[in-house]
Design a protein around this ligand. Structure first.
Ligand SMILES: *Cc1c(COP(=O)(O)O)cnc(C)c1O
Length: 358
């Protein structure tokens, strides 16, 4: 990049490290266990032939079906280009650049900081406790000027749920001052843990959802923000006029039909069975030091020599997500749950690695 052009850019953009998505990191594998995607494509056909027209900003059928699925009213639902856009819309609507801050608790999802840096909003971190629960006293001490607190439950990459009593305490602590955003990207793997029913009681609670994980539609780029109408109305002011392409809304509506939801639940049951199988297999391997419990479609595990394990699997075409540099996660790799065959390939490769090491 020419230095003169670089000098024209905003300082925070010059300093920015973009989100290291699994896709950007690349790899030459045939077993992709690094992005928490569903392992197999679900076929859809487009039913709309109206691409000459602009789409609806908030496609009615998608909103109605998601509201019914989430047990909410249509006015409590916003649809956007993935949950990632929801993360950013909240900052753009609620945080004044250079003045307000957001807060989150690492280790957690990487886009909260990337969006804040891009927009030029300060982000504060309060590391999670050793059991990956909220450090409430430390959060309380850092809330001054904070407008949005992002929680991820179940948390990516650790896989645990955040204690509901702690979330209530946080909601009480932030009432009238800040939004609490619960990122429920993986809630389909533990549906009873959703906070959707809490929206009635908490005007400052926001929930993020996505079709990218359990619904097997990461390539569609479709996510949802659930909140009470005053929050949704503000987000509607800053969202793009046509955030969803017509084919996206078309497929999303099909995925949210009764048949689409039934298929998703069947997929979740299959992945949960594969996860249970991995929980039997992983602890038997000498290279595995610790396997953390997970409510999601991924497992975090600590290995004796994680860089060597990562590389060895990579060379065998099995791509995991390295968490070694994430605070508190030294030696950890995150494993997305694939098909049973993919899980078996993973275990076989780890056994082969153990033998080579011995
Ligand atoms: C995958 C993921 C998202 C992003 O979802 P998209 O709808 O694909 O943008 C958001 N939050 C968490 C915690 C995720 O893991």
């Amino acid at each position: 990049m020419s230095t003169e052009i670089e000098a024209l850019a905003r300082a925070n953009v010059r300093a920015l490290t973009p989100y290291q998505s699994a896709r950007r990191l690349g790899g030459n594998g045939d077993v992709w266990l690094n992005a928490n995607e569903f392992p197999l494509p679900v076929p859809f056909e487009l039913s709309q032939q109206t691409l000459n027209r602009y789409p609806e900003c908030q496609p009615r059928l998608v909103i109605e079906r998601y509201a019914a699925y989430a047990g909410l009213t249509p006015e409590q639902v916003l649809v956007s280009r993935g949950a990632d856009e929801g993360i950013e819309l909240l900052m753009r609507a609620f945080c004044e650049p250079g003045k307000d801050a957001i807060l989150f608790c690492p280790p957690t999802y990487g886009m909260y900081s990337v969006s804040a840096e891009t927009i030029g909003i300060e982000y504060r971190t309060v590391p999670a406790l050793d059991n990956w629960q909220l450090n409430l006293p430390a959060i309380a001490g850092k809330l001054d000027g904070v407008k949005v607190v992002y929680l991820c439950s179940p948390n990516n990459p650790t896989g645990n749920l955040i204690n509901q009593d702690d979330i209530r305490a946080l909601l009480d602590m932030t009432a009238g001052k800040a939004l609490v955003v619960a990122d429920e990207a993986y809630i389909e793997f533990c549906p009873a843990a959703t906070l959707a029913a809490w929206l009635q009681a908490y005007p400052h609670l926001v929930i993020l959802r996505t079709l990218s994980k359990a619904f097997a539609l990461a390539g569609l780029r479709c996510g949802f923000t659930l909140a009470n109408k005053p929050v949704i109305d503000l987000l509607m002011k800053v969202i793009a006029p046509y955030p969803l392409a017509t084919p996206v809304a078309d497929v999303a509506a099909q995925a949210l039909s009764e048949a689409g939801i039934a298929l998703m639940r069947q997929h979740v049951a299959e992945l949960n069975a594969n996860r249970a199988w991995l929980y039997e297999q992983l602890p038997q391997l000498p290279v595995v030091e610790q396997v953390f419990p997970s409510e999601t479609n991924y497992i975090l595990a600590r290995f004796t020599d994680s860089p060597a394990v990562f590389k060895s699997l990579w060379d065998r075409g099995i791509i995991l997500r390295d968490q070694n540099k994430n605070p508190g996660l030294a030696g950890c790799l995150r494993i997305s749950i694939g098909t049973r065959t993919e899980c078996e390939r993973l275990i076989a490769a780890l056994q082969a690695f153990s033998v080579e090491q011995a």
